[in-house]
Design a binder for this molecule. Structure first.
Ligand SMILES: NC(=O)c1ccc[n+]([C@@H]2O[C@H](COP(=O)([O-])OP(=O)(O)OC[C@H]3O[C@@H](n4cnc5c(N)ncnc54)[C@H](OP(=O)(O)O)[C@@H]3O)[C@@H](O)[C@H]2O)c1
Length: 245
């Protein structure tokens, strides 16, 4: 896909990995809708930095735990502003370390709503905007942990495993117009509340013996956006951690 002049929606794009993706796509010539929930100031700052790069940007706030309404609100806002949408990147997420015995119904619902149900209904609203001959792409941010069993983070793992299945099914359902792929990051940024020591500890278990960076995720997203014969793939960007014991 030639990215110049395309329009992308990126969820959770005011801060952290989503923000890096927004700036990288703007550098590649894409106009951006920054979705955010609570990070209003950071969303406006990211929009300003996109405009400095010569691209258009809007910020749209929506709570993805109200997934169906939020999806319609976000896609309608971007179509009203830009006339169409070509790329959807589902990056917003919640990540709580809840095991079976301590997790509540709220934990289950919030992970499934924000990490899985919202990408589902955003994909639906996105696909409904397409007219014959238009091509587009969806990229879902999953996790290498979604692809193998493990203890802890149970609602999170299940939500991301569901997002892998959604990626594979939509690749078939939305072909040939829309390619659908996923990126499975490893240790990229410490979770909120943790510092760099968290990543140093993780690095020992990573075959490449270091954490990754948001730039590694941007490189993978740009690869998938350009890879016109790739759909239904999950690309691990994890330093080989998916093979560690
Ligand atoms: N960081 C890593 O090393 C790593 C590792 C594996 C997988 N991943 C995946 O990569 C993606 C990006 O990671 P990240 O660490 O940058 O993400 P993150 O900081 O965990 O979350 C990104 C954004 O999600 C938004 N969000 C949370 N609850 C929301 C809600 N109810 N409604 C709407 N938005 C909500 C927040 O937006 P506001 O700030 O505006 O509230 C937040 O900034 C995620 O899907 C994550 O699971 C990341």
């Amino acid at each position: 896909m030639n990215l110049e002049g395309k329009v992308a929606v990126i969820t959770g794009a005011a801060v952290r990995i989503g923000r890096s993706l927004a700036l990288a796509l703007a550098e590649a010539g894409v106009d951006i809708c920054i979705h955010y929930h609570s990070s209003k100031q950071e969303a406006e700052q990211t929009c300003a930095e996109i405009r400095q790069r010569g691209r258009k940007a809007i910020a749209v706030s929506a709570d993805l735990s109200d997934s169906c309404n939020a999806a319609a609100l976000i896609i309608n806002a971007v179509v009203a502003e830009f006339g169409r949408v070509d790329i959807l990147i589902n990056s917003a997420s919640v990540f709580e370390n809840k095991s079976l015995l301590i997790s509540t119904e709220f934990d289950w619902d919030s992970h499934l709503d924000i990490n899985l149900k919202a990408p589902y209904f955003l994909s639906q609203q996105f696909a409904k905007t397409f007219h014959p001959g238009q091509t587009g792409q969806i990229i879902n941010l999953v996790d290498w942990r979604a692809l193998r069993a493990g203890a802890g983070h149970l609602p999170y793992r299940i939500s991301k495993a569901g997002l892998v299945t959604l990626t594979e099914c939509l690749a078939l359902e939305l072909a040939p117009e829309i390619r659908v792929n996923a990126i499975a990051p490893g240790a990229i940024l410490p979770p909120p509340g943790q510092d760099a020591k968290y990543l140093d500890k993780r690095a020992a278990q990573i075959p490449l013996k270091r954490a990754g960076s948001p730039q590694d995720i941007c490189d993978a997203v740009l690869y998938l956006l350009h890879a016109d014969f790739v759909t239904g793939e999950v690309l691990n960007v994890s330093g080989g951690e998916q093979f560690s014991s």
